[in-house]
Design a binder for this molecule. Structure first.
Ligand SMILES: CC(C)(COP(=O)(O)OP(=O)(O)OC[C@H]1O[C@@H](n2cnc3c(N)ncnc32)[C@H](O)[C@@H]1OP(=O)(O)O)[C@@H](O)C(=O)NCCC(=O)NCCS
Length: 149
């Protein structure tokens, strides 16, 4: 079984740290939007009270663009335990975050790690512009998604 649960940012720190920021201080795994009441963290666990094996976070984070309302929500911190990948767990989390963003109105953007690009593309995200390097993390590409009209 897999169960989708809503959790706190603190609950996400272990996976964020081990998968997304290995070797960096735990405080690097706190995001500026975590304290915002609109922050939503979706997660999956495989057994009652078991550890989280997939996580993802939705923040209210309008981009500094001409049309500031166009991409209001940001997805970050998507991570799946290595032994649990390619089983649809990341998709469960991402679809939940997309559904919440759609219900709240507005589009979604994410700074996507290049190896995860196909994962986001499989869920309707479109790359914008060229890849770029985030120091200490690696190559990324900006990707956006809007609900169907
Ligand atoms: C990216 C990540 C979250 C995907 O989670 P996942 O649970 O493995 O993904 P899913 O099983 O839900 O995959 C759904 C679909 O996405 C695509 N996909 C997922 N991982 C992929 C990969 N490595 N390469 C190509 N396509 C991929 C496929 O279309 C897949 O469907 P399929 O398995 O039927 O082919 C996971 O690989 C991960 O934690 N990676 C390390 C951390 C990371 O890079 N996070 C993203 C930060 S932007």
């Amino acid at each position: 079984m897999s169960e989708l649960v809503l959790v706190s940012p603190a609950d996400c720190l272990d996976l964020r740290s081990r998968i997304l920021r290995p070797g960096q201080p735990l405080k690097a795994c706190n995001y500026p939007g975590d304290a915002d009441p609109r922050c939503l963290n979706a997660a999956v666990r495989l057994e009652d009270d078991g550890p989280l094996v997939a996580i993802g976070t939705l923040h209210h984070d309008p981009r500094d663009t001409d049309d500031a309302s166009s991409e209001v929500w940001r997805i970050r911190g998507m991570a799946v335990e290595e032994s649990c990948r390619r089983q649809g767990l990341g998709a469960q989390v991402l679809k939940t975050l997309q559904a919440v963003a759609e219900a709240r109105g507005g589009g979604v953007w994410a700074n996507v790690r290049t190896p995860a690009r196909e994962f986001y593309a499989a869920h309707g995200f479109v790359a914008q512009g060229e890849e770029y390097e985030l120091p200490g993390i690696g190559p990324h590409v900006l990707m956006t998604w809007r609900p169907a009209p």
